[in-house]
Design a binder for this molecule. Structure first.
Ligand SMILES: Cc1cc2nc3c(=O)[nH]c(=O)nc-3n(C[C@H](O)[C@H](O)[C@H](O)COP(=O)(O)OP(=O)(O)OC[C@H]3O[C@@H](n4cnc5c(N)ncnc54)[C@H](O)[C@@H]3O)c2cc1C
Length: 386
């Protein structure tokens, strides 16, 4: 029997590719290997479950077993691939050597934690980047049996979405970050401040312009020391200081990678023949967008290529919809340097236009009632990967 097409990773990229592939080819043997539980779930739902106190099982659309059955694939869960041998075309899993015919890396991105977490508080410090993480954090909140005091470190998309969701779930939320306003990579400062105002109006405490100096035990709580000498106490700490593409496996095998991911061309082909990458792990023709629409387009294109029709991927001008119902936010950040931001509106209803030197629209950001302009502006903006 010939070696299977092998996919590493059961996130939205890995499972999305398998689904797209099965729509074109029901026969080809496929093995999907994942370090986690292999549950079929939508990662964006992780930052919407605490408001409704959703148990983890309500976030999963199906188990790995159901997935294997439905899509006719071998699914190996809680299995970490330790190395890729490009010459022998095998994967190393402990002493086992697993042959592959073609290989797809959908290894995602891992939380980047830029400080040390002392062992004495590690049971109260969390990152939520997959369903297994959600299970742990959900259990810690439930174990308190009362609304928790949660300190969130980081005010990017993940930190802000969890802040909104946990506050809506009745928890007491503090946000800590060195930047002067939330969502610094998506929004110009006045729009970030509008989101911060909405958070404060909802009872959150913002500690901005200060970074984390250290974590220490404080009775049954965690003491959170800040760079300006101030200190707060929390039952639980949620670290949301960014995600880094998981490139280690690829890099050790000798594939070309950068800090932005495993390098691929528009066919999602890496620097080694028969090896592909997509999703948060991949930097496609210089772009690693790290959200769902680009990975869905990649899964569709790669399925076509693997089924025999080479299909280059392209990304449209797809804005990011930030799930902060306290103040809705939509942003299409410019991929190249902004000549200037032009801002219109007042209060929480703001529209910011990123314009190139010649006046062309190259990105935008919208808050509050202005989010309704997203379709009109996306039509005028350049594609992420044209
Ligand atoms: C809280 C949160 C909310 C989000 N909300 C939105 C949103 O509203 N809209 C949006 O567009 N995007 C959102 N995103 C981003 C989006 O969810 C991600 O871009 C997407 O889920 C990434 O999928 P992936 O399959 O590439 O990676 P992942 O989901 O990270 O999957 C990686 C897989 O690889 C496996 N793996 C890694 N290394 C190995 C190994 N060595 N051996 C075996 N298996 C391995 C892992 O176990 C995992 O199964 C959100 C992200 C987060 C964290």
């Amino acid at each position: 029997m010939s070696a299977p097409l092998t996919i590493i990773g059961s996130g939205m990229a890995g499972i999305g590719l398998l689904r797209q592939l099965r729509a074109r080819d029901t026969e080809r043997p496929v093995t999907l290997i994942t370090a986690d539980s292999g549950d079929d779930y939508s990662k964006p739902l992780l930052s919407t479950g605490f408001a409704k106190r959703l148990p983890p099982q309500r976030l999963a659309a199906g188990s790995a077993l159901e997935l294997a059955d439905r899509l006719g694939a071998v699914v190996r869960t809680h299995t970490r691939v330790e190395a890729i041998d490009l010459e022998a075309r095998t994967l190393a899993i402990g002493a086992e050597r697993l042959p592959w015919s073609e290989l797809v890396l959908a290894t995602g991105a891992a939380p980047a934690v830029p400080f040390r977490v002392p062992k004495a508080v590690s049971g109260r410090v969390f990152s939520v980047n997959d369903l297994d993480d959600y299970r742990l954090f959900h259990a810690a909140l439930e174990a308190l049996g009362r609304p928790a005091r949660v300190a969130i470190i980081g005010v990017g998309l993940v930190g802000c979405e969890f802040a909104n969701d946990l506050a809506a779930g009745g928890h007491d939320v503090s946000l800590v970050a060195p930047e002067s306003a939330p969502l610094p990579r998506l929004l110009p400062e006045p729009l970030g401040r509008a989101l911060g105002d909405a958070f404060e109006a909802a009872g959150m405490t913002l500690h901005l312009g200060r970074s984390l100096a250290g974590l220490e035990p404080s009775g049954s709580r965690v003491g959170v020391a800040l760079s300006d000498g101030s200190r707060l106490e929390a039952d639980l700490v949620l670290v949301a200081t960014g995600l880094r593409p998981r490139t280690e496996l690829a890099e050790a095998a000798g594939l070309e990678v950068s800090h932005a991911g495993i390098l691929t061309d528009r066919l999602l082909a890496t620097s080694a023949p028969g090896v592909f990458a997509l999703g948060d792990a991949a930097c496609v023709d210089g772009v690693n967008a790290m959200y769902v629409q680009p990975l869905q387009a990649s899964a569709k294109a790669l399925a076509g290529t693997l089924a025999g029709t080479p299909t280059p991927v392209s990304y449209g001008a797809w804005p990011v919809l930030v799930k902060t119902p306290l103040l809705p936010v939509v942003a299409l950040p410019p991929t190249r340097g902004v000549a200037c931001w032009r801002i219109e509106g007042e209060g929480g209803d703001l529209a910011a236009f990123a314009e190139a030197e010649d006046g062309r629209l190259i990105g935008f950001a919208l808050t509050g009632a202005c989010v309704r302009r997203k379709v009109e502006l996306a039509r005028a903006a350049p594609p992420l990967l044209g």
